[in-house]
Design a protein around this ligand. Sequence first.
Ligand code: SAJ
Length: 412
Amino acid sequence: MSKIDVCVVGMGYIGLPTSVVLAQAGWRVHGVDINEQVVESLSSGVATFEEPGLSQALSNSVISGNLTVSQVPEKANVYIIAVPTPIDANNEPDTSFIRSAVQSVARLIKADDLIVLESTSPVGTTELLRDILLDLRPDFVDVELYFAHCPERVIPGSMMKEIISNDRVVGGIDGKSAEKAASLYRSFCQGEIHLTDARTAELTKLTENSFRDVNIAFANELSIVADHLGVNVWEVIELANRHPRVQILQPGPGVGGHCIAVDPWFLVASAPLKTPLIRSARTVNDSKPKFVVDRIAKYLHETNRRSVALFGLAFKANVEDLRESPAVSIVQEVAKLFPDVRVSVVEPFVDVLPPALQEIVNVHHADLQDALDSEQLIVLLVDHDIFKMIPQSALTAKDLIDTRGIWKELDI
Ligand code: SAJ
């Protein structure tokens, strides 16, 4: 395998960091994205999203010449597909981006090439990808080609570290494919590389995120039970976690991001009658924002107050990422239910509110100190460190709804 030829299709949250670490490991990488602005930005060495360590590494890779980016795939020895795999309105997997990605590289394929699917995908997608490619290129049916699934496992906020240090699961459609893909990942990954078949790798990735979703759902359900019983859930969890075999996760306002809130549906879609627990966990987590909205509504009805401050919009702490964020839907719902209530949103991680919130007349982006000075009801939606640093003296006279348990002693 040449050391200079990896074409990465999709320069988003996974494709970009992967391209950069490959470029830094000495490979000549060509990144592809359909979005012209993304291509323009990355080609000039400017990252399209915030992630610690990414900016510098990208700029170094572009300057070194090891990373180029365009809208068109280039001939390579390895193709990595890192495109989105969303769900549709019925929670069914939408693999259309993978299909388009395969179509875009089909004409470039040559004997001995390796095609790696990194996108989180329903079980069987790597085999499907091979079938799509061979349909497009029947001249390759009897030619050696290699296909593998190597799911990413990096966590936003720590991607550049985890992409190097995490173990990787590499599943080939046959042993040679797994070996070939493993040798690529060994060039930058310091964690262990575990070889398996493609279907096992696909199910492993879905299992990891479903496991987390089910465990968060347990914490979220517990918080609703504790609220009903008038017990402090944070204390219950702290005490229960003193048991040597109990490790309950943290309740919150719901589950956001593009992974945990989506991937369990891939498992449900693969075996709809055999996944009642995973489906139910999704339902519990998806219903949590409404529980928070109901608490805010109850307060506003009872006090007749005409303003509220909501702290945090991101899908989790210390990131600027608003995708699938429960906080965004909570803000929208409160503003819609109470059009005469002024909704102040404090989110230091973004410069401007997303368009969906800009359109709502009673929502505005507020400064943290201004909100602390002027608002009586403060709803904590994201446990950013900056909110943890607010002195208790600034909060004691406030009415607080703390969905993350950082001001647990003060919650109303
Ligand atoms: N959350 C809670 N309570 C918790 C933990 C998380 O409410 O105790 C919420 C967060 O606030 C957030 C959501 O869950 O809204 C998801 O956050 P997360 O930190 O659990 O996960 P992600 O989506 O940032 O990243 C996950 C990771 N998967 C697992 O931890 C099993 C990451 O390793 C994956 O690479 C990533 O999904 C992915 O891309 O699939």
